[in-house]
Design a protein around this ligand. Sequence first.
Ligand code: SF4
Length: 326
Amino acid sequence: MLAGLINLHGQHVRFADIVPTYKFEDWGQSLPKLLIFSREKIVYRNTGIFCSTTQLMTPPRIFWLQKQLEWYESPMDQQATYLGTKTHLLFEQSAAKLTEMGWLTEVPYIVPITLPNGEIVWIGLMFDSVDQNTETLFDYKVSKKYKALKGKDPAEWLNWPGGACSDWMIQLSVYRWGLQHPGKRKILNEGTDQMTLVNDPTPIPIRRAILDLTVKDYDKHRPQGLKPIETYSVPLMSPADTEAWVTARVAYLSSFSSATRSEELPDCTPGEIWAGKDGRPKRCPDFCPISKLESCHQFIRDFPGMALSSSTSQCSPSSVFELFED
Ligand code: SF4
C-alpha cells in the first residue's frame, strides 16, 4: 500500500482528501506510533472466534458493518484506550509477582457455546486478573466521572439494556461464566501470537467481581463525592442466566450474518445511538466507526447533514504509520 493513501470502499484514496484539515504536527512526533503498537491486538488472531465478550454488546448494525467494511480508527479517538493500555502494562510488569501470589492475569480464553440450531461458536474472554486465593475477578477500566457517579446507583448496573453500567455487569458475568465453563479452552502460547486448543476442563471458581475505575476527568477541586480511583463490587448474573443471555445474544447477532448491505441490518435503537433527550445521537457523529464511511443508511436517513466530529474513526493506524515512514 502506498504511503499517504488509505483504502476506502475498496478504492485507494489520498489521505489528505479525506481529512483535509489534519496536519502531521496535529499528531505530535511520536504519539501515533505508540498508539499503533498499543492498539495491535494479537490475542485472538487465527482463532476463528465469533466475537469477543465486549463485541457481544455491540449493536448488530455496527457489529456486521465493522466485519464487512474497511474501517479505520483515528489515533485521536483512542485516548481512553491508550490510558487503559498503560494500566494494563502495569499488569504485565507485575505478572511474575502476581503469578507467584496465585493470581491469573490477562489469560485469553475461548469458550464454545452451542446455539439453538446446534451450531457451535467460540467466544473470546480476555479477563484482566483473578486472585485465586480469594476467588475474586478484577477488572480495570478508565472512564469519565459521569459514569463513575452512575456506578453508585445499583439500578445503573442491573437494568439491561439502559443502565449506564450494565454493560460492565454483563462483561464480568460472561467472564465468570466462561471461567467456570466445563468445555475445552484455547489458550495463548506464551511469548507468541499463536493459540493452541487445550483441554482445560478445570473450572476457575469466582465468588465475586471487583471493578477498579480510574476517573479520567477527576477534578480534586470538584470531587463530587468521587475518588480518583473508584472501586465497585459488581453484581453478577448467575452462570445459568449468563449462558442463556450469551446464547440468545449470539443467536441474535448471527441471524444477520447473511446481510450484505446496511439496509438489511436492524436499525440501532435510541439506546444504541446514545440518543439525548432531543433524540439526537451522541454515538453516530462522535464515536461510531461506521458513520464516516457513508455506509450507514440509518444515520444518513435519520440525521441528514449532521456534522461528524473531526476525528471519528476514518484513518487506519497502519496508514498513519506509513505516512510517517514516507
Ligand atoms: S452511525 Fe449510528 S445508526 Fe449507524 S451504525 Fe453507527 S451508531 Fe448505529
